[in-house]
Design a protein around this ligand. Sequence first.
Ligand code: SIN
Length: 279
Amino acid sequence: MQISALPGAGAEITGVDVRQMTGPEFDRIRAAYAEHGVIFFRDQSLSEDDHIAFARRFGPININRFFQAHERYPEIALVLKEKEQKTNIGGGWHTDHSYDAEPAMGSVLVARQLPDEGGDTWFASMYTAYETLDAATKKEIAGLRAVHSAKHIFGSGNDNFYKANRDTDGRIGNTAAADVLDDVVHPVVITHPLSGTKALYVNPAFTVRIAGYSDEASNALLMRLYAHAMNPAHAHRFKWKPGSVAFWDNRSTWHWAMNDYHGERRLMHRITIEGCALN
Ligand code: SIN
C-alpha cells in the first residue's frame, strides 16, 4: 500500500482493496486521514454493505437529518442531481455538520453515477490555512469562538438556501430539524482531535458570526479568513472516476462540489461518521 501526498491538500492511497483492510493497513489509513485531512482511493468496487462496513471501522454512523436517504440503507445519504435539476448539493465551500455541538468526524463518498465531464470536488486544507496565516492574525484569532447554525441553510424560512432552491425538494428536507437545532459555538482555531495539529475552524456555509463581535467586525474578520482559506494553493481538485472513493475529515478540510454538468445525472453515496466536541 502506498500513500502519496497530493498538491494542495489530501493524499491518494493505492495498492489496497478497502473491503479487505488488514489491521496494519487500517492503522496506516487512519494515520494518513488524520495527517492529510482527506484521502482518496481509486478502482474500488464497494457494494452498499461494503461502504457501510468500511465507514463503521472508523466510528459509529451518523444518520443524516436533511438528505434523502438510500431507500434500503438509511445509513447512506444520497448526494444527487438529476439531469433536469439545476441546484447541486454542497455547491459552495463548506464543512459538514459544524452546526452540531459534536460535529461529525467526516464522510466517505462513493461515486455511483458520474457525468461524462465535470462534477469534480475541491478539498481545501484547514491545517494549511491556519499554518499559513500571518503571525498577527494568528494572535488575533487565538481564543476566539464562532457561532455556527444550520437554520439559514436547511431551515423552513423562505429565503433559506435549499428552501429557496425549490428543485432540491425531495433531495433535501426535514426543515423542522434545522428550525429546532440550537446554534452552537466552537473555537475559531481547533486542535485536531486525531492529529493534535491546529486547524482553522470557520466556514462560509454554516459559521454565522464571531462570538462577542459586532456584525461589522465579525464579517470583516470572517471574510479575511475565508479569502485566505480559499487560496487554491491550499486545495486539491479531485476528479471522480468510476470506483473512486473520497474520505474527508470535517475538522481539517472544507469541500466544494462543482456544479458544471447541467443536463447530466450525478449520484454519490455518502456515509457520515460521528465526531466529538472540539477544543
Ligand atoms: C457534499 O457532501 O458536500 C457533496 C460532495 C460532492 O458531491 O462531491
